[in-house]
Design a binder for this molecule. Structure first.
Ligand SMILES: Cc1ncc(C[n+]2csc(CCOP(=O)(O)OP(=O)(O)O)c2C)c(N)n1
Ligand SMILES: [Mg+2]
Length: 546
């Protein structure tokens, strides 16, 4: 069998449905093998977007998303999405081409050592040097991408190897179960939770797995322990729950931080060091139980007293069976925190001012999104508002990157989400800066006949950095830009463009766009002038009154 056919066979065997990318001449054998396969090739307009799509596919399905590029410049364009997948714990496989390795007559034209380049960005990076190894290398790549903690892997398939013949068999995945936590550690954690007075549950990014969601629900129902989430733990448990105390979107000074200070025990499920610490440990403060697939990386602000290491879902299930409800628990102060938070979150939901305030914008987006609707956020100031004010009802309904926190991922992630869930409402929420970093993918969305709504928050600036600049007392400098006419820009692609000119137009426009088919781009001017006052001062002052 031809080696490139064998490669594609191995991918099919791994259950690959899509490959996102831009081929170069070094991939032509592989491309021809893909042509004859069941895998759908999705051509993008930039490799970065292909990588973001693959990573998002991995995040949503738990199975590696696959992307493809040529050697040199195509592969270097995969650097940012590799970091995105790796830091975000999203399983993804990158395949890049290369010149023939056995004999080449082209000197170093386009040659960069891509395997080395990928080393700090991946769990596994490998050049295939013999066609007989293809099946094993592909299996190994998928194993590493998927296994906890999931992430990015890379395979380089040189042109001459792709053309070889091979008889090597496909490698089947072994049947394997994740190790579960040892009984004594469950007993230690159970006792610690039972003996505490004000325990609090923290849901972090590694808790975002299907069975873990179900087990956490069970644990909360059985114990009645209040919980909060990190940005990447949003939606793992329904945030409408009366025990929800908020999201750790702000680093400190929020109502939630009063609850954290008051707690004598934090049960930290799925903590991941890539996220900004949701709370800081100190000698004389609360104790921490670390529940995760892997043990805790010790840090000056993170040194848990007890660890429960093993499959998270199983650990939570065992704790749910053992802990029960304790009469010594007192959640009175947490109730007050929740009450104040709810009051504050309701502010500005219907504010008529224009340009629109982030509070109103978030509320209107929530109003049009059904419980399973997905918003894919790019990176900007609005991300903090969405993390804090938008309630996620289901897991993976807020695709938010608080790990690499790269601009440019919003639109490609939304396209990938729509491919995975054609029946769900999907919306990209981007700043005018982040949107323009991958706006060319509007063409991809249209070519794929995607039904998609893209909301652009228009402030003619890198608003997030402006906000920090002003908060740090610097002069306003260097963060403004101009924009194309977004309505005409959308129309030039064949998409529908909409411009919001009054705050009350946003909600009906969003609803209308979601009901219609096609790609809809909505240009909404946003007013961030109150963000500093509200996020940095007002919330801090109000929470101190508690
Ligand atoms: C690729 C990349 N470049 C730069 C940054 C730093 N950065 C974070 S937010 C931001 C501004 C985002 O501007 P925009 O997309 O317009 O959103 P806004 O905050 O204005 O709503 C910048 C420059 C980043 N996170 N990622
Ligand atoms: Mg902006």
């Amino acid at each position: 069998m031809k080696a490139s056919d064998q490669f594609v066979n191995a991918l099919e065997h791994e259950g690959v449905k899509y490959i996102f990318g831009i081929p170069g001449e070094e991939n032509l054998d592989l491309l021809d093998s893909l042509r004859k396969s069941t895998i759908r090739v999705i051509i993008t307009r930039h490799e970065q977007a292909a990588g973001f799509m693959a990573a998002t596919y991995g995040r949503l399905t738990g199975k590696p998303g696959v992307c493809l590029s040529t050697l040199g410049p195509g592969a270097t364009n995969l650097v940012t999405p590799a970091a995105f997948g790796q830091l975000g714990g999203m399983p993804m496989v990158m395949i890049t081409g290369q010149k023939p390795i056995k004999s080449s007559k082209q000197g170093h034209f386009q040659i960069v050592n891509i395997v080395d380049m990928m080393r700090p960005l991946t769990k596994f990076t490998h050049q295939i040097v013999s066609s007989d190894n293809i099946a094993s290398r592909v299996r190994e790549a998928f194993r590493q991408a998927t296994e906890e903690r999931p992430g990015a892997v890379h395979l380089e398939l040189p042109e001459d190897i792709a053309r070889e013949q091979t008889n090597a068999p496909i490698r089947e995945a072994s049947r394997v179960r994740r190790p579960i936590a040892e009984q004594k550690s469950i007993r230690m954690a159970t006792e610690m939770i039972q003996q505490s007075r004000h325990p609090l549950l923290l849901i972090g990014s590694a808790a975002n797995r299907k069975t873990t969601c179900r087990m956490l629900r069970l644990f909360i129902d059985r114990t009645g322990i209040p919980f909060f989430s990190t940005q990447m733990g949003k939606g793992v448990v329904d945030e409408r729950d009366p025990l929800y105390l908020g999201n750790a979107a702000l680093s400190d000074g929020d109502f939630l931080h009063r609850a954290i200070d008051y707690a004598d025990l934090i049960i930290n499920v799925g903590h991941d060091v890539v996220e900004k610490p949701p709370f800081l440990m100190a000698e004389d403060r609360q104790h921490v139980i670390h529940i995760n697939f892997t043990s805790a990386e010790v840090d000056p602000v993170y040194f848990p007293q007890v660890e429960v290491v093993g499959d998270i879902a199983n650990s939570i299930w065992q704790l749910a069976e053992n802990v029960g409800r304790q009469s010594n628990w007192d959640f009175g102060f947490f109730d007050q925190v929740r009450h104040c938070l709810e009051e504050q979150l309701a502010e500005g939901k219907d504010d008529p001012r224009f340009p629109i305030l982030p509070q109103r914008l978030v509320a209107d987006v929530r109003r049009v999104m059904p419980p399973d609707g997905i918003i894919a956020l790019d990176n900007g100031l609005y991300k903090i508002w969405f993390a804090r004010n938008y309630r996620a009802y289901q897991t993976n309904t807020v695709l938010l990157d608080n790990a690499l926190a790269s601009m440019g991922a919003g639109l490609p992630s939304a396209i990938a989400a729509r491919l995975v869930y054609p029946e769900k409402r999907v919306m990209a929420v981007c700043g005018d800066g982040g949107f323009m970093m991958n706006s060319q993918e509007l063409e991809t969305a249209l070519r794929l006949n995607t039904n998609l709504v893209v909301l652009i928050l228009h402030d003619d600036a890198y608003g997030m950095i402006k906000w920090k600049q002003s908060h740090m007392g610097f002069e306003d400098f260097g963060l403004d830009f101009g924009n194309p006419d977004f309505v005409k820009y959308a129309e030039s692609y064949g998409a529908c463009g909409h411009r919001i000119e009054k705050a009350e137009q946003l909600l009906p426009c969003l609803e209308n766009c979601h009901r219609r088919t096609g790609v809809h781009v909505i240009d909404v001017p946003v007013d961030y002038s109150e963000s500093d006052r509200v996020l940095n001062h007002e919330i801090r002052q109000k929470s101190q009154l508690l």
